[in-house]
Design a protein around this ligand. Structure first.
Ligand code: GAP
Length: 511
């Protein structure tokens, strides 16, 4: 646990030191759970967004994008159920005066049991060596099965109580499990209460005529209310999807863990409209497609798992999370939800307008069903960044800090380094920058010895370093150094564009 916390602290400080993420309004001591993306962070974030957008919109003939506004008519949120049901169960500790999400306290308790399972697996792995079969061990070892049963029983009860809004039982569960305030150890809890997560704001100047609005808590509703507009103007035929990326706001009760849970964050969502009755197939298909997208980034298949929901949101008939192994354990990264016709029907009722699709094959109108894929951009950023930050022991006994970002996402694709600041080398290096910058984000760096520059670029996540030295003047060749393997090879300047392109080309990654 301490090791995990240390690793997480390193992630946060590295993100600041290398210009990825700053605390918002830091000079005023910051604002809780709100962050700013810095010069490198904004590039990484943009590249993740592009990677998602291209794979969802550009690569799918039947998916188009929109960019709806953050402020929406307030009835939207009545129709969507967010006014009445977008609540988290909160509990206060009477001694520490700290506020927690009751369900998260229980889930964290289960995560500790999960850690015990991991420990058993590691011990067995050591004992059995190469012959070890993890899946078999987990499904037969008595102790592991006992732990797993305990987790399942607790989560099932939690899911049921939340679904029935039985908050008394949620508190009873916390007491039965003897869960204590993680900060103080106190078990002196208040009752569990519901807390609406939407941020309110006002439209209009005068106090009397101002209209109460909400900052959108999800981007999805901007898609639902535009369903007919897009379907008609785009002449879209079912099945088809509408994608959108953009900011969402939630007044989170527990907003810790850096950019994992923020109050202002960005979502990348896609609503896929299907014929009623086919939603189950599409739900399975999108689960598979989205997992493949994650795996394409090469961050290790073991770092992902599905978690099927016990407690379904008010709009869903099936839902699963793709969980990622963050430095603080497996947590939700993306949600795939079969949202039925809940939203479109609700908007029909509240707006009084018919929101239906005429299916020419069936020769009838119907309200389509929806399968949604919804991923937090900031959470994806954290997954990529934390997984990429590594410390490596080198053969010469030193260590290096390296940010092994997938090259397709790296903020700077190549750094061009003149060996010395004289003899015409800076001019050649500048010329290479000028040629490459039409196609890639590249940087020029001539400060310090070249070894130190390599380390700096490793830590910043730059996949390629290109060094210009005195031989370059003679034969037009440069040294290309790979961030991950540290291998160096000599290539012609004229080959550079192809070399960088191969490394960062979308097709090579997505395929
Ligand atoms: N439209 C469905 C929806 O919003 P959700 O599970 O509440 O579903 C989807 O959110 C995704 O948005 C999550 O999987 C997570 O990646 C991201 N997300 C949700 N709340 C967040 C927060 N407070 N901070 C950062 N990301 C968040």
């Amino acid at each position: 646990m301490a090791k995990q916390e240390d690793q997480f602290k390193k992630v946060i400080s590295h993100a600041k030191e290398y210009g990825y993420i700053f605390q918002s309004s830091e000079i005023y001591d910051g604002l809780s759970a709100v962050y700013d993306y810095a010069q490198n962070g904004v590039e990484l974030k943009k590249n993740i967004r592009d990677y998602w957008w291209k794979s969802m919109v550009q690569m799918h003939e039947n998916i188009v994008g929109i960019d709806a506004s953050i402020l929406m008519h307030p009835t939207t949120w009545k129709a969507s159920g967010h006014v009445d049901a977008f609540n988290d169960p909160l509990i206060d500790n009477k001694d520490s005066k700290k506020r927690y999400r009751a369900d998260v306290l229980v889930e964290d308790y289960c995560a500790k049991i999960e850690n015990k399972i991991e420990k058993e697996v590691k011990k067995a792995e050591k004992r059995f060596g190469e012959a070890f079969n993890k899946e078999e061990f987990k499904s037969t070892n008595g102790r592991v099965l006992g732990y797993q049963e305990k987790i399942d029983t607790i989560l099932k009860r939690l899911g049921k109580s939340l679904e029935n809004e039985d908050l008394v039982d949620v508190k009873a569960l916390i007491e039965e499990l003897e869960i204590a305030d993680p900060l103080t150890g106190s078990k002196n809890w208040t009752e569990v209460k519901q807390f609406n997560l939407m941020f309110g704001t006002k439209l209009g100047a005068s106090a009397e005529s101002a209209m109460d609005l909400y900052l959108r808590p999800e981007t999805a509703q901007g898609i639902f209310v535009n369903f007919l507009n897009v379907q008609k103007t785009g002449r879209m035929k079912i099945p088809f999807g509408i994608a959108q990326t953009g900011k969402a706001f939630r007044n989170e009760i527990v907003a810790r863990q850096f950019i994992f849970r923020m109050r202002e964050f960005e979502q990348m969502e896609m609503q896929f409209f299907v014929k009623p009755g086919t939603q189950k197939e599409w739900y399975e298909q999108w689960k598979e497609t989205r997992l493949k997208w994650h795996l394409s980034l090469g961050m290790g298949a073991d770092n992902y798992r599905f978690h099927d929901h016990e407690k379904l949101a008010h709009y869903a008939d099936a839902a699963a999370d793709i969980e990622f192994k963050f430095p603080f354990g497996f947590k939700e990264l993306e949600g795939i939800h079969s949202r039925t016709d809940f939203d479109l029907k609700a908007h029909e009722e509240h707006s009084g307008k018919k929101i239906q699709y005429f299916d020419p094959e069936e020769n009838k109108n119907y309200v389509p069903y929806v399968v949604e894929t919804s991923i937090g951009l900031d959470r994806m950023f954290l997954a990529v960044f934390s997984n990429s930050l590594q410390e490596e022991e080198l053969e010469n006994g030193t260590t290096r800090t390296v940010l092994k970002l997938p090259a397709v996402l790296a903020p700077t694709k190549a750094a061009i380094l003149p060996l010395v600041k004289k003899d015409g080398l800076p001019e050649i290096a500048r010329k290479i920058v000028d040629d490459l910058k039409w196609s890639f984000n590249v940087s020029y760096d001539d400060k310090d010895a070249v070894g130190r520059r390599y380390r700096r670029q490793d830590a910043a996540g730059t996949p390629i370093c290109i060094t210009v030295d005195h031989d370059t003047i003679k034969d037009n060749t440069v040294t290309v150094r790979d961030r991950d393997t540290m291998e160096q090879k000599r290539v012609l300047i004229s080959e550079l564009k192809t070399i960088v392109s191969e490394k960062v080309d979308l097709q090579n990654w997505l395929k």
